[in-house]
Ligand binder design. Sequence first.
Ligand code: NAD
Length: 480
Amino acid sequence: MTFLEYAPAPESKAVLNLKDSYGLFIDGEFVDGSGSSFTTISPADESRIAEIASANDEDIDRAVAAARRAYDRTWSRMSGRDRGKYLFRIARLVQERARELAVAESLDNGKPIKESRDVDVPLVASWFFYYAGWADKLDYAGLGANPRALGVAGQVIPWNFPLLMLAWKLAPALAAGNTVVLKPAETTPLTALIFAEILQQADLPAGVVNIVTGAGSTGAALVRHPDVDKVAFTGSTGVGRDIARAVAGTNKKLTLELGGKAANIVFDDAPVDQAIEGIVNGIFFNQGHVCCAGSRLLVQESIHDEVIDRLKSRLSTLRLGDPLDKNTDIGAINSAAQLARIRELSDIGEAEGAERWTAECAIPEKGFWFAPTIFTGVEASHRIARDEVFGPVLSVLTFRTPAEAIAKANNTPYGLSAGIWSDKGSRILAVADRLRAGVVWANTFNRFDPSSPFGGYKESGYGREGGRQGLTAYLKGAAA
Ligand code: NAD
């Protein structure tokens, strides 16, 4: 097969107005951090982007104190209607600065610009718009007789959707009347710091949102701070466990959004062309750095060979390379550490006897890259069928009957998401009902909407983000 050549179509970095170094954002201002600063780099070519401050215990104290003051003096006294105005303003500023945010996100994270431009940033704006609308309606939403904010929220987020995870955390917390100290991931702090500039532009009262950068120890200090009323975390199951232990026995409320190993189930009556696109989107979107990724393909045995052949030919058309090129489908792996983990688990997959296939593509010399990879002949006991790879690696298993598909889909310590591909609505509903997964997509995958609650079962965590349910995590005595 021959393919059209694409001319380079790089998005310009001229829209960026980056500083050489960034401080911590505390009490409405950028201030120096007391820890040793670190460099954030572009994972596509390992070039330096900026120097980033690191917060130690003392800085966390300052940030939490600022959030407490803002809660007591300003935010908790403000009407929901006025809080909503700030959130609307933030949403509009995100839209105004969308291009800049998308370029910064792709630069710092490595994700293709067409994803940050068309998915991440528009969703960020929609999350703020959505929760802005809730701020003055808390009393009328069945959230209890007198819904009240919890106080100060400490939020820790990962690197896979840096700005979107910030929006998932901040928007409901602020709409419900809480103030926040948020810690972005150490490999992707850039857009959170640009977002801090947006908060200044929006004239958000000082201290309502504080952003503290740093490594895991900064996050650990934040979640352990005695004056934090609520902890929200998205990231790995291991760190989630550590946080659950730290919070146990305190009065802090906790929500955890952890890993996943989702089954994407394709029945033999599925619209195959659509399913192929859904499988690709399910696991190769965002280089597979997606907690709800469809990383286990369960395909009905009778169509296995056809699906795999078509999948391989589709994957051979994906373009891997410069995240800022508008034609790029697969960007860079976020960090050297994550690349090492993907390589290790893939090597284990091969050693355990699964058959490895990798799309042929030129790998850039610098930076962190991993070509789209499929494992066939995977057994339920294989590590690649059980562990979250968090990379562009798909494990393929087969099934014969719906009951077998359900049993295999549920055979995982996780329970975040799943997908079903079938022409029959009744089959989709019957299977979805028996899947132990927080989100089940039907004939689509990786769709997100602010009005739709998202969260997991088992080792995928607890609590829901998004929708009306997402507010309950930030209100006293509110039941979902
Ligand atoms: P991680 O859980 O270590 O990091 C997530 C965030 O938690 C970061 O901001 C980090 O600085 C912070 N953190 C680390 N240790 C902490 C601690 N003890 N207390 C408080 N905060 C702490 O995730 P990672 O190391 O970046 O990735 C490792 C694995 O986690 C990945 O391979 C993937 O499987 C999984 N992961 C899942 C998600 C998700 O959305 N569910 C996101 C990122 C990573």
